[in-house]
Design a protein around this ligand. Sequence first.
Ligand SMILES: Nc1ncnc2c1ncn2[C@@H]1O[C@H](COP(=O)(O)OP(=O)(O)OP(=O)(O)O)[C@@H](O)[C@H]1O
Length: 656
Amino acid sequence: MAMAWTDTGYEFTQNTSRPDRPSYIPPHLRHHGVSTFDNANANANANANASGFYNQSAQDGFVSFNRSGTRQQGRNGPTRGRGGGRGPRVRGRSWAGRQGEFRDANPHQNRATFDIAEKFDELEVTEEDINDGGINFEAYEDIPVEASGSDIPPSVDAFADIDLAEGLTKNIKRCKYVKPTPIQRHAIPIAIAGRDLMACAQTGSGKTAAFCFPIISGVLNDNFLTPVSARGGKVAYPIALILSPTRELSCQIHDEAKKFAYQTRVKIAVAYGGAPISLQFRNLERGVDILVATPGRLADMIERGRVSLKRIKYLALDEADRMLDMGFEPQIRKIVEKMDMPQPGKRQTLLFSATFPDEIQRLASDFLSNYIFLAVGRVGSSTELIAQRVELVEDMNKRSCLIDLLRGQRENGLHGKHALTVVFVETKKGADALETWLSRNGFLAIAIHGDKVQVERERALRSFKSGATPILVATDVASRGLDIPHVAHVINFDLPKDIDDYVHRIGRTGRAGKSGLATAFFTENNQPLAKSLVGLMEEANQEIPSWLSEYAQRSSYSVGSNRGRAQRYGSGKFGGHDFRNGTQSGNENCSYYSTFGNTNPMVASYTDSSYGIVNTVPDSGYCYPACSDAFAAAPVEDGLYGGRFTTEHVVASGWD
Ligand SMILES: Nc1ncnc2c1ncn2[C@@H]1O[C@H](COP(=O)(O)OP(=O)(O)OP(=O)(O)O)[C@@H](O)[C@H]1O
């Protein structure tokens, strides 16, 4: 249902719409005296007076961060007018000032401040698209933060502390983003200061806004808008390019960016494969400041002379590790290095993901200039908000286990619009087969994978999101980035080969501070994943079945594809790590800070972490099976795979 800003009926005391199931209490909240973290009052408190987030100790954390002696403003990034490089446009305000401002900035506490005319009128904004205000900031209270690089701009506590363009600020309020999530608090000032950034933060923690806000604000504040005279031509000259690995994710980013740029004159367009290119050309002809694209379709447009990258000032890669792994790297390199895009240092580059292995960081550093590495939360980790369960099953019994699980959910009233389930499988054939089988057994299910034409993929997603088909059977084409409200349960019917894929898959639930459930079916064949899975679960304070620990112990001694990852997750400590630092104790060229929520104990534990000596096995865990959707990437369609893989066994998946 299309919805206007004023139709949202938002109340602070409103409970978030949640599945009516026994509430999972994340381990770190069990002793907080909050009966469930989705408790309406807890939310109201967390939002209304920001308890726990803006408390005294938070202030202390902020102060100690400021005392770290590295707080000069970013000088070395690309300049954006205004007398060369500059620091973040952070307004120096007192604590009290910030608090007051936060109250003022919250439109929902004073409905009279609403301008009735302010609506997302022309946008297809649905009720689901508007944040319900129920983001549980308490869940982020003790989030660890690591940053390294030179002259790191300080973080902020409120959107009002950053000099974001006026139109954008209005839209942030329209979106009901009351305060920045941790990644936004740290990343936005860095990006606003003009610095290149490689940023890692947990799934569902608000990375999209973290790169969209600085870009939109920069385009507006620095008046980079495409001149009207340059619009309507055959060649589009965007100022900003946002690349993402899948069509659906590009569409989602495009929709988000349009909301953030609503009524600002910033023109945003999307280009992705599987949809008529002529229509997309027509949109580009109307003018584009920010282009969101998948790599295959963009390369095609550039080669046809319809898009030029020579005016690019901002380049953002979402799911950057995926974009630079062996499937995509040649194509990304071609776009970023071999077309007419300005060099690093002449453009600003922002890379974001929830996972960032060292070998990918190394590749990514080619695209960056004097960058800051930022890790917010346990990098490559799942949040504690997601309850993880692992069931030991035999391959032949998986289907009956799934039916039992789904029946149990149904009996507990968990099916319906507000409790969606994603079932991940490894192959496209497997997805179709499971869809059919579930439907035959009375469960409304629909499959999404790369062999479906785009219209079918979009139909499947729509049907799932609306709750009409509450079970989505998906390959990895749906594992990254998709932000679908009400996904209550992610089932790994087939576990992925790579632990990072597992992290992204389960991240489809437990988003924006909400709880979620993830169940995995573990078979003998998954032994190579056992150690990294145990490490990940330990890190997220999950209960680990003894049989899984035994598998993990056994796999420690075998040459498994996830050995490097196993070490990485094995410490049970924060995994944020800038590969430039080698061991965390330091690279003299980098200033460095570390905070852990409201205190600052992380330096020690970070230094203790075994994380710094990982990745002795290059490329391990990155060999996707030929039949995997994740592997079947766009470059195949464009014949750009180089010599690394033959294309005969790779089915085009629509990653472009
Ligand atoms: N400051 C904020 N206040 C409230 N909600 C927010 C805020 N920032 C983002 N959100 C909401 O949080 C949800 C998750 O955000 P987003 O999709 O950007 O996460 P992500 O970190 O990119 O996840 P993934 O790693 O899966 O791609 C979205 O629904 C978004 O609208």
